[in-house]
Design a protein around this ligand. Structure first.
Ligand code: SAH
Length: 406
């Protein structure tokens, strides 16, 4: 097992004010002056500034643009005990903030247990769905500790089963292969979890990302109160999380739209499981087309939820992405009933909060509506945001009330 004893030293270039000195965990290849000593990809290295002052330790992958990711600012050994302690702290944080007595493996609910940089374990994602764990090791430096991580999770969480969802294309940027498999005893990959009274069917094996988007859990609950006896459009529904929350809140009609048949199959399973099938309609279509069609046909909803995939995958794409967000938001504003709600999100980390709000302002103008933003929300607190690390804060969620001119 790799540890700090090899002591290869990474020296930072002299001419930049490094983010890493103010706590950011990433060091890009062009910020490195030299690497002294032999390193294998994934090894632990010591980082020093130009005055040879110790900055911290992290793991290195010369093949990745983010060459070093920091693990600690203290001069301590990075060993199995260190990694296990970080996993334990991450699990403890969820037990604390959610008041779960633990072990979390016996909870019927869903939680993100490890959120990469937000839990000081860059590259590691662990989600828990009704006792079943799904994890991803997305960088080489964390992938090396996989066995240790699994052992720690078994000890601290006592899960019913574990699935490795490493079929993520980003792994290739790190020189890793894609793979997905059960760790230990196989189980039925369709698992159920409770989300604020709704039973969610999660496909741990084939679902998008790790199977379900836990970051929106509180936002799904936040819309419930004003969905009673209302008509709701759940656009970009995936497995229907928002739509089913609205249905539990007493919505009289819910229309889910998604382009993925697999997603709609999960939504159908969920609707049936919760007894909502009679009031939920599932439609396989492009949301851009559907919004236009509803506008033309005069179909209106009391509540429209927009939860598109990340339109911007890089900062360069952000202006095109904003045009896409504006298009769907202004159309949603047009098809919502007077005084109704548009609940809109962006999960692109490359679109800043201010830019998103600015886009909403412009969409309001173009749709000729008066829009008031009644609530600004973000990701749930099991996706903790690190101050000074904007990449950890990615989800924007706005509840907007829409009026004809006021
Ligand atoms: N609202 C969901 C998560 C949505 S993820 C939840 O609460 O869990 C984004 C979804 O948008 C994916 O399911 C994807 O299949 C779908 N999608 C992407 N582009 C689309 C488009 N143009 N029209 C309809 N659905 C789309």
């Amino acid at each position: 097992m790799t540890d700090s004893d090899k002591r290869a030293i990474v020296r930072l270039t002299p001419n930049t004010r490094h983010r890493v000195l103010s706590g950011h965990p990433w060091i890009f290849s062009n910020e490195i002056l030299s690497v002294d000593g032999h390193v294998e990809p994934g090894d632990i290295v010591e980082v020093r500034d130009l005055r040879d002052k110790f900055v911290g330790k992290g793991y290195i992958n010369p093949q990745s643009a983010i060459t070093v990711r920091m693990l600690t600012r203290e001069d301590q050994r990075i060993c199995e005990a260190f990694i296990k302690e970080r996993v334990r702290e991450a699990v403890n944080y969820r037990e604390t903030v959610y008041g779960e007595p633990g072990p979390l493996g016996s909870s019927p609910k869903g939680y993100r247990l490890v959120f990469s940089e937000g839990d000081f374990l860059p590259g590691l994602i662990v989600d828990l769905f009704g006792g079943y764990l799904v994890f991803q090791t997305l960088t080489l430096g964390i992938d090396k500790w996989k066995d240790t991580i699994v052992e720690a999770l078994r000890d601290f969480v006592e899960p019913k089963g574990i699935y490795e969802r490493n079929d993520a294309p980003v792994r290739e940027l790190e020189g890793l292969t894609q793979q997905a498999r059960f760790i230990g005893r196989p189980f039925d990959p369709l698992v159920e979890m409770d989300e604020n009274g709704v039973t969610i069917v999660v496909d741990t094996q084939k679902g998008q990302k790790t199977g379900y988007f836990l970051d929106q859990t509180d936002n799904r609950l936040a819309i419930r109160a004003f969905c009673t006896e209302k008509t709701v459009l759940d656009a970009f529904s995936y497995s229907g999380g928002f739509g089913m929350s609205a249905a539990l809140g007493g919505a009289c009609k819910v229309v889910c739209v998604d382009v993925s048949d697999a997603a709609l199959d999960l939504a159908r399973a969920g609707a049936t499981r919760n007894g909502f099938a009679a009031k939920m309609t599932l439609r396989n279509a492009n949301v851009f087309d559907v919004l236009r069609e509803f506008e033309t046909d005069g179909l209106r909803f009391d509540v429209v939820v927009l939860d598109p995939p990340a339109f911007a995958r890089s900062r360069k794409m952000s202006s095109r992405a904003l045009a896409g967000y504006k298009e769907i938001n202004l159309r949603a504003m047009r098809i919502v009933e007077e005084g109704g709600f548009v609940c809109t999100s962006s999960c692109s980390q490359h679109v800043a909060k201010d830019e998103f709000d600015q886009m909403l302002e412009e969409a309001a103008v173009d749709s000729k509506k008066t829009v008031r933003i009644v609530e600004r929300r973000g990701q749930r607190l099991d996706h903790p945001v690190l101050a000074g690390v904007p990449e950890t804060e990615y989800l924007k969620f706005r509840i907007c009330q829409v009026f004809n001119s006021r």
